[in-house]
Design a protein around this ligand. Structure first.
Ligand SMILES: [Zn+2]
Length: 117
């Protein structure tokens, strides 16, 4: 079933909110001098500086995914599986608003990737 206008708006807002919150987190992190110690994460052995870089990288990737999804909202391809052209169910988009594939295609692609590696 195609997304209703209301669902579409709701998902777009969800993406915009996550984008804003990511940018807010980055802003605070960059401007926060209160954590400047030499903390080392016990589980990974990474220094705090390294942990921050890791998080920033992760946030950057997430931001790109969100911007990509917003672009698909603009050109009207949002909610359509890039592999099969099927409509991605609303429940899936609600849980993963940046989803580009149906669950079936996602799993198939992951298996293919696994085999190739
Ligand atoms: Zn598909």
């Amino acid at each position: 079933m195609a997304l209703t206008k209301k669902q579409r708006t709701e998902l777009k807002n969800q993406l915009m909110e996550e984008k804003a919150s990511l940018m807010g987190i980055n802003w605070n992190r960059d401007n926060d001098s209160g954590f400047g110690g030499d903390l080392v994460d016990q589980s990974t052995g990474l220094t705090e500086q390294e942990l921050r870089l890791e998080l920033a990288e992760h946030d950057r990737e997430r931001l790109l995914e969100i911007e990509d999804a917003l672009k698909r909202h603009e050109d009207g391809s949002y909610g359509i599986c890039l592999e099969s052209g099927e409509e991605i169910p609303y429940v899936r988009l609600k849980a993963v608003p940046t989803a580009k594939y149906t669950i079936q295609c996602q799993e198939m692609l992951e298996r293919r990737r696994f085999i190739r590696d």
